[in-house]
Design a protein around this ligand. Sequence first.
Ligand code: NAP
Length: 314
Amino acid sequence: MMQGLGCNHCWINCNCSLPCRAECKKRTEPEAMFPRAFSSFAAIPQARQAMSRFVRMNATDSKSRLANKVAVVTASTEGIGFAIARRLAQDGAHVVLSSRKKANVDRAVAELQTENLSVSGLVCHVGKAEDRKRLIETAVERHGGIDILVSNAAVNPYFGSILDTPGEVWDKILDINVKAAAMLVQSVVPHMEKRGGGAIVLVSSIAAYSPFPGLGPYNVSKTALLGLVRNFVPELSSRKIRINCLAPGLIETKFSLALREDEATLEKTMESLRIQRIGVPSDCSGIVSFLCSPDADYITGETIVVAGGAPSRL
Ligand code: NAP
């Protein structure tokens, strides 16, 4: 940072050369920033207090919320994962994007880089142990550690009766949607511990509570994530790592196209909504940023439903 210029995290010229988020004490001392304004209010304690509050609110712009954090987001080249990756980067994190196809990774990284966001990417099929290992190791090697994991990948290769679902379909869905998430959590924990803690979000679904017709194994896999989070909490809490779930409702993405094109499902979904519109990926991103931020320091083991008021809860 140049002397005398406010850095990205500090909207005020604080006249020092330190990377201010990390080291500059003046950043949080409004009196030091506005000595003249404060001295003229010196005799009025309420005015001093109000001004202090005003300066603090404005000095903490949204970019600083996740400053110096490294986030890994799986399945993040499109849809909800992409929106989450963008928002975490907008809020100051360096984000490692990933998905199965290199062309998608390159496109997504390039798009966010044109927005001046700090992102990198690599190929990771979450069902492949070697890909998961490479994702975590590369993130640590390139960026010095991992503070945030968003496990977002899921598949649904089947539509039909749960009674007729072949064993291989169960294997594939549980492998990608549940086991891969658990394995990713296991592998980031030692790295988060080295950083003094971390935050994890698993992307579940409203289907965890209210099953989508014809998607039995998928629905079950999403309910399993709620249990996975609850089971991880005791061991992660003692390591200062928080873990929560996001449960989106019907969101406009490629993944949900079949559901949205099915008139009966769409009608049933619209009837259940209190907010009369289908969600968009960015509806899911701010809440994930919040869950990964210090503002959520006392929140773990929870599932946040983002579903336009559709009924949820078991
Ligand atoms: P989407 O728009 O279709 O995007 C899917 C992303 O996942 C792509 O980036 C894709 O890229 C990647 N991907 C697919 N399989 C992968 C794998 N095995 N390993 C790594 N990456 C993989 O999907 P979405 O709707 O955003 O869904 C994201 C998550 O939200 C899922 O967990 C889904 O269950 C959940 N969800 C979605 C809705 C909804 O209505 N859309 C509702 C509730 C929950 P590549 O093709 O390059 O791999």
